[in-house]
Design a binder for this molecule. Structure first.
Ligand SMILES: [Zn+2]
Length: 312
């Protein structure tokens, strides 16, 4: 079945449960950046949790950025998430690799590293962005996010996330679960949650098992009284476009644009977040430059007239 995200309440609303199947979106990230297996798992885990965090935002104009830098060979992981379930993101080194663990699992912690931080910055359309940073615990991502939610957002949270990669590199299954205790959760609720979590298989195994089902069924299998609030789509999606890239080019100094025309006879601009490359021909650059010079002249004229106005 296609990717989806389910929000539910359980234990009479004292526990919040988020589940996401992200197999297709992680596979898309792998294809866009030609990621090696372990970077696929690392970025895939962050994208999966990010899609849930995006869905936690209240307003459709809000968004958040996750930045992880653990000092390992993978470098930085940067992921943006939006309330509609869209996510986008990249890693510094798509080819980083490490030997698998003894149990055959990809060694995500070894390429992410654990000598660094996880930062979440939320753009809530207020004067200042909200930002929270925690020290990485293991670089395995799930644990790190659980620590972040508990410490930075003061919500006791369990996170389980997994990406299973086939020997050929394709993503077989990916998904995440976030379980949060509300302030009115009782000790009994906590024991019930601990019991549910202790019986939980690895997330990528669960996603393989529920591949043909709606994730509402998983929510109900975890908690008998699960009340599903919504089911929504998730996707790897970047809002970049040639038009927006053109606006970036028009802010470049005229001298530099002239150089691109004279020496490179065009320009190629690649979006960091989705690896899409936009081509600009010599003619297109000339048009941007002409427009740019015209605007500069108009601004100057306006300034001159303001100046002469002052003298009068
Ligand atoms: Zn893009």
């Amino acid at each position: 079945m296609k990717d989806q995200l389910v929000k539910a309440l359980a234990l009479e609303g004292r526990v919040r449960l988020y589940l996401v199947r992200s197999t297709d979106l992680v596979e898309e990230a792998r294809n866009r950046f030609d990621l090696n297996p372990t970077p696929t798992a690392a970025l895939g885990r962050v994208l999966s949790v990010a899609s849930i965090m995006g869905a936690m935002l209240k307003d459709s104009h809000e968004m958040l950025t996750i930045n992880i830098n653990g000092g390992g060979p993978l470098g930085q992981i940067v992921v943006d998430a939006y309330p509609n379930g869209d996510v986008r993101g990249f890693v510094s080194n798509p080819l980083a690799e490490a030997d698998s663990l003894n149990n055959g699992h990809l060694n995500v912690g070894a390429i992410v590293g654990n000598a660094g931080t996880l930062t979440v910055t939320k753009d809530l359309h207020m004067e200042d962005n909200w930002s929270g940073t925690v020290a990485l615990q293991s670089g395995e991502i799930g644990e790190d996010f659980a620590y972040y939610f508990t410490l930075s957002e003061q919500t006791p949270t369990a996170v389980s996330v997994g990406v299973k990669v086939e020997p050929g590199g394709q993503v077989k299954a990916a998904g995440a679960m976030v379980l949060q205790m509300m302030p009115d959760a009782t000790d009994t609720d906590i024991s019930i949650c601990e019991h549910v979590l202790s019986g939980l298989k690895p997330m990528s195994t669960i996603m393989e098992e529920y591949d043909d089902s709606d994730l509402s069924a998983l929510a109900k299998d975890m908690f008998e009284d699960a009340n599903v609030l919504s089911v929504q789509d998730v996707a790897f999606s970047c809002p970049c476009s040639k038009e927006k890239t053109e606006r970036v080019l028009s802010s470049i100094a005229p001298g530099e644009l002239q150089e691109m025309i004279d020496e490179d006879h065009g320009a190629e601009v690649t979006c960091n977040f989705c690896n899409t490359t936009y081509q600009f021909s010599e003619e297109e650059l000339q048009k941007i430059l002409d427009e740019n010079l015209k605007n500069l002249a108009e601004t100057k004229e306006l300034e001159d007239s303001v100046d002469s106005g002052r003298r009068d």
